[in-house]
Design a protein around this ligand. Sequence first.
Ligand SMILES: [Zn+2]
Length: 286
Amino acid sequence: VEQVPGIYRRRIGRTVVTALSDGYLDQQFDQMQGADVSQMKATLHHAHRPPNLRISVNAFAVQSAEGTILIDAGTGPALGTHAGQLGRSLATVGIDPQDVSKVLLTHAHVDHASGLVDANGSRVFPNAMVFANEEEVAFWFDDERMARADAIRKRACGFVRAALGPYRDRLETFRWGDQVAGLETLKSNGHTPGHTCFKLTSDGATIMFWGDIVHVPELQIANPDISIVFDVDPVDAIRSRRAMLELAAHERLLVAGAHLHFPGLCYIDRTEHGYAFVPEPWIAVL
Ligand SMILES: [Zn+2]
């Protein structure tokens, strides 16, 4: 039996933010670093989570009088059929890919950027400008660095170039601190060199799209020192994770996460040694 398409709307001031499920990915335990495997398994058991690392892949639409923008674009056809469901979710919401004017990338990894292109390598969002941090673009298009990179990075690079190539003349880079489509850009490098969180404020309401600050919320929010093998620089990734968790806790921010359990909306509280996440319950009225 197939689940219904995953969509969830939330008003933020004068905008409507829609969580769009792209599906899920199964990761391996040996991809997590910084804690004992038996301890991590016990934590997930305690949290009533399946023993494999099954993670949600979420993108978000922001709709306002200025138009429709997307934060990240899912996996597209790159990683099999459990993910790559963004098109189905967009259709359910009634968003035509032609009407998406901007796609903001938290970073360019396959599960965020490959949905920009279809199985033929053509643009899915023909009228969209794509925005990525200048460090992100410089890193993935550095031929010398990629020639020296390990197999994980080389594979990731192939996906990045296939996704961004067709948008080469529609790609705009930004620096941390710039406003992009009215959103604040926050430095949170480490997972990738240009990883960026986007903060949207409208009529006094705020939401932070934090991309890949965590991949396995039960593990990495409780213990921010746990990293994933896809972190380009694990030390920076841990520092950024701690900084964004602290910011979210301090400002009582609503967080929208690419890998938080769908619909990916939660708040962060401090605990004795780390943090805890508080999923936001269903809101019936926009
Ligand atoms: Zn990701």
